[in-house]
Design a binder for this molecule. Structure first.
Ligand code: PGA
Length: 251
């Protein structure tokens, strides 16, 4: 309908040891020709596993992404990882502005924007997360909050290839709660309108993912919503048995 190819992306967060490489191997093995024809698949492991996952993914067409990057390319920033370092592992994308980064590390929209520029400088696709808190939704401010986050977090120059946006209501992350289909449709429709108003035709090809308690049981319904072009999946992405059925909603 839209011409946008769906993307199901897994965010492993701070989970995964060398022993998890076998599970990632099960994910790449299960991404068969039928799935490849319909949906893109990406896994974002912790930084320690990026290089290994990138090698395991070779030939499978499963993309590997990071969960954050620094805005500088190199330098005196103890403990940080640059977008260039991420690209050097073979990863092709980076999640930016996840609500856990925004809350645990005080990341602002301006910082997220500078990280998007860093990701582009290194040739990575940025997956920018936005979403309201429970209090903001109950105060009727969800659309406004997301509008502000998008305005502040995105630099000029977004394209279908360099940008993916994930709407992740904070109260839905890891809770088993999800918005109604109506609320997801409203938010995604509004996000598309905001993006097209600012960026023009380029925004029509940008994929808008939904994230927050996506599971095999609710994937088909959520992924059928107009302007939902895929999912960003946390907990259910850790196992092939729960991650792949989400992608199979597109078969
Ligand atoms: P969840 O996490 O699927 O475990 O709710 C989603 C996310 O934080 O990206």
């Amino acid at each position: 309908m839209s011409g946008r190819r769906p993307l199901v992306a897994g965010n492993w967060k701070m989970n995964g040891l060398k022993a998890s490489v076998a599970e990632f191997g099960r994910i790449t093995a299960a991404y068969d020709a039928a799935l490849r024809a319909k949906v893109d698949l990406l896994v974002a492991p912790p930084a320690t596993l990026l290089s290994t996952f990138a090698v395991v993914a070779l030939g499978s067409r499963v993309a590997v992404g990071a969960q954050d990057c620094h805005s500088n390319g190199a330098g005196a920033h103890t403990g940080e990882v640059s977008a260039e370092m991420i690209a050097d592992t073979g990863a092709t994308a980076v999640i930016l502005g996840h609500s856990e980064r925004r809350s645990d590390h005080g990341e602002t929209d301006a910082l997220v924007r500078s990280k998007v520029e860093a990701a582009w400088r290194a040739g990575l696709t940025a997956i920018v997360c936005v979403g309201e808190s429970n209090a903001e939704r109950h105060a009727g401010r969800a659309l406004n909050v997301v509008r502000h986050q998008l305005a502040g977090s995105l630099p000029e120059g977004i394209t279908a290839a360099n940008m993916v946006i994930a709407y992740e209501p904070i109260w839905a992350i890891g809770t088993g709660l999800t918005p109604t289909i109506y609320d997801i449709a409203e938010m995604h429709g509004e996000m598309r309108k905001m993006l097209v108003a600012r960026f023009g035709a380029a925004a029509k090809g940008v994929r808008l993912l939904y994230g927050g308690s996506v599971k095999p049981e609710n994937a088909a319904e959520i992924l059928s919503v107009a302007d939902v072009d895929g999912a960003l999946v946390g907990g259910a992405s850790l196992k092939a048995d729960t991650f792949l059925p989400i992608a199979r909603a597109y078969l």
